[in-house]
Design a binder for this molecule. Structure first.
Ligand SMILES: NC(=O)c1ccc[n+]([C@@H]2O[C@H](COP(=O)([O-])OP(=O)(O)OC[C@H]3O[C@@H](n4cnc5c(N)ncnc54)[C@H](OP(=O)(O)O)[C@@H]3O)[C@@H](O)[C@H]2O)c1
Ligand SMILES: [Zn+2]
Length: 371
């Protein structure tokens, strides 16, 4: 088998001459999954400093995709027609002016966060705090398309042997997980609780923390998902709503509680339980709050136990670097399943029905579009 066929086995494709128009899966009005439709649009041209990526796989996010398509995105103003698609992977097909950090044919994972690069926060390496942060597929045309133009600094060459779907899954989620653990100060041997451990981001966080030597407690409302998480290496799986949740965590951790608790769902119904099992000196980390996020905090408890509540908006360049170092050392995120881009509506419905454990992704090979 030559290297070209190995590459295509893993979902990557060789770059083709860039056509003037391309296929895209877009929506012309907000609504249910069926508003997604295949269309022909102009192929984007890479601006100076950008590369054009021939997309191989793109992840589907609960907030960035499902909520945006439904018209309920909490902070972004999206104007249809709109092409979704944030974290993705593919082959560099063309270079914008001045780009010398990438080459046509590179297989890359794309961080979807576009920052200004010059503000105080960008300068100190905390790009996720940048006020000008824009997200590919939200504030810019996304990767539910044959081609997507992105800043050259956002692409990372993927090591050999990683399938395109895994690269797309790692691209953002792995870097957010790395940033969460860095900011929380994870050390090997610590206990990490991941509320919503079956979600795309939660499963990546749990896998990353475990890879870095933590002991993991993962929660889900679903018995099937709990069983699957136990099989994939969680030390303890629990339903946060069970009456013995706090007692079970205390027993597992020798009475101390967890050093780090991650809740990306912002579920008010589990907040008290999260704080009840947080060790002295521990940290709660959140990178999302799709369930609402309004909770009460007992400040006396927080300060007297030297605890922290940390918002980690998303990834940054240092976290991306750390992620890919850990990928070289064997870290992988969790892919639930893939759908061809022609079945994007079905994939959205599948996620809305809460079926997934890990990332659901779309593949964009030549045979993955409707004729
Ligand atoms: N900051 C970032 O860069 C970033 C990136 C990705 C995601 N996120 C955030 O992470 C969160 C999860 O997103 P995702 O794409 O990973 O989600 P996802 O894969 O769709 O998973 C969502 C999880 O939410 C739980 N859930 C759904 N409805 C619920 C309800 N009514 N009550 C309690 N739990 C419910 C489900 O858990 P069970 O069915 O297992 O109980 C499910 O596993 C979102 O808040 C998102 O904004 C942030
Ligand atoms: Zn900035």
């Amino acid at each position: 088998m030559n290297s070209t066929s190995i590459a295509s086995d893993l979902g990557w494709a060789e770059p083709l001459p860039v056509p003037a128009t391309m296929r895209a899966m877009l929506f012309r009005r907000f609504g249910p999954p069926d508003v997604l439709e295949q269309a022909t649009v102009d192929t984007p041209r890479p601006a100076p400093g950008e590369v054009l990526v021939q997309v191989a796989a793109v992840g589907i996010g609960r907030l960035l995709d499902l909520t945006a398509r439904a018209g309920n995105h909490p902070y972004a103003k999206i104007e249809p027609p709109h092409i979704l698609g944030a974290d993705h992977a593919g082959t560099v097909a063309a270079l914008g002016e001045g780009v010398d950090s990438a080459r046509v044919g590179d297989r890359v994972a794309v961080l979807p966060l576009v920052t200004c690069g010059s503000c105080f926060h960008c300068a100190e390496g905390r790009e996720e705090v940048c006020e000008g942060l824009a997200v590919t597929g939200t504030h810019r045309p996304g990767a539910y398309a044959q081609y997507c133009a992105v800043p050259a600094r956002n692409v990372h060459t993927v090591p050999d042997g990683i399938p395109a779907t895994m690269a797309a899954t790692l691209a953002l989620l792995g870097a957010v997980a790395a940033n969460q653990m860095t900011q929380a100060g994870l050390r090997p041997g610590q206990w990490v609780l991941v509320q919503g451990g079956a979600s795309a981001l939660g499963s990546a966080t749990a896998a990353y923390a475990r890879h870095m030597g933590a002991k993991i407690i993962a929660t889900s409302r679903s018995a099937d998902k709990r069983a699957a998480m136990a099989r994939s290496g969680a030390d303890l799986v629990l339903d946060t709503h069970a009456p013995d949740f706090v007692q079970r965590v205390r027993e597992a951790t020798g009475g101390r509680g967890v050093d780090i608790a991650v809740d990306n769902l912002g579920d008010p119904a589990v907040w008290d339980a999260t704080l009840d099992v947080l060790a002295r000196g521990g940290a709660v980390v959140t990178s999302g709050a799709f369930l609402g996020g309004q909770v009460k905090i007992d400040l006396r408890r927080i300060y007297s136990a030297s605890q922290r509540v940390i918002g980690v908006r998303t990834a940054n360049a240092a976290a991306v670097k750390e992620l890919w170092t850990q990928v070289e050392h064997g870290f992988r995120a969790v892919v639930d399943r893939t759908f061809p881009i022609s079945r994007a509506a079905e994939a959205h419905r599948y996620m809305e029905d809460d079926n997934s454990l890990g990332r659901v992704a779309l593949t964009l090979g030549p045979g993955d579009w409707d004729a």
